[in-house]
Design a protein around this ligand. Structure first.
Ligand code: FES
Length: 283
């Protein structure tokens, strides 16, 4: 395919190995939906500034009930695997504030990419003349998606936009430099895992549905046993830049803590920046 301009809107850009990914960090967030009596809470979008923070929104329901969505309890991707405890904490926080909260309907988790100043990276890809990116939604994906549609089309058609500096993917805000440095400590920390022991001494210990990292000589293997007993062995080295993936037992996937790539239990790439699978390991 040939085009004068390209827009890479793949959540985490797959066209860029370093420039963007060293300025944003992946976080896993948790969310639950509950039934709630209509008018129990004024309609609105709520969030707090606690560490870890919470967000709440209402979805119109049928009959006498609405659906309340509460989320938060985030952690840096791959640095925790305790979803049940986080859901318990979310529910307790919400019930304490809203005793009328009804029964749980759904629970899920997702990944967000936080930038160093929480504004998205929307505009010309660093170093490019005709390739544009939209990424780093920082939990504001619907807003940033609308901004990207307007801003990038203006850049292509008119060569400028009133918001181009605010969202410029090449910006380096000085005020956020401390946060930028501390977020990126996860990369050297992850590379230290090359010499650390595995989580299990052998994949024979895995029960159906379990995944874990197993050391084999100098290599680390991402091992998963499916519900029918089939074993999947893949290299634990992420094909993006080589960090080690971590098992996510709630979503049953391999998460890369460095820049947020995700892989299915069989190693298939699910989310960028990596777009090739975890390499197969043959014992
Ligand atoms: Fe960059 Fe895995 S996502 S090393």
């Amino acid at each position: 395919m040939r085009a004068r301009h390209a827009v890479v809107a793949t959540n985490a850009p797959i066209n860029d190995r370093y420039a963007i990914h060293s300025k944003q960090a992946p976080y896993r967030t948790y969310a639950m939906a509950f039934s709630v009596p209509k008018k129990a809470l004024p309609d609105g979008l709520y969030w707090d500034t606690l560490e870890a923070y919470h967000y709440v929104r209402l979805q119109p329901g049928t009959g006498q009930s609405d659906i309340l969505i509460v989320g938060g309890a985030d952690h840096k991707t791959g640095e925790a695997d305790d979803a049940d405890a986080r859901f318990l904490a979310l529910e307790a926080w919400m019930r304490n504030l809203l005793p009328a909260l009804g029964k749980e309907l759904h629970r899920w988790s997702g990944q967000i990419l936080d930038t160093i100043d929480y504004a998205g990276f929307i505009g010309l890809n660093p170093g490019s003349k005709r390739t544009f990116v939209s990424t780093g939604d920082s939990g504001q994906g619907i807003t940033h998606g609308a901004v990207a549609g307007i801003l990038i089309s203006d850049l292509i058609l008119k060569g400028e936009s009133p918001w181009m500096d605010v969202y410029d993917p090449s910006r380096k805000p000085i005020k956020a430099a401390g946060a930028f440095l501390s977020e990126n400590l996860s990369v050297p920390k992850n590379f230290a895992e090359y010499v650390a022991p595995g989580e299990r001494s052998s994949w024979d210990e895995l029960k159906p549905g379990e995944g874990a990292i197993v050391r084999k000589g100098l290599s680390k293997i991402a091992a998963y046993r499916d519900d029918t007993g089939n074993l999947y062995l893949r290299s634990a080295a992420c094909p993006h830049l080589g960090c080690h993936v971590h098992w996510n037992s709630f979503e049953r996937c391999w998460d890369c803590p460095c820049h947020g790539s995700q892989f299915a239990p069989d190693g298939t790439a699910l989310n960028g920046p990596a777009f090739s699978p975890l390499a197969e390991y043959k014992p």
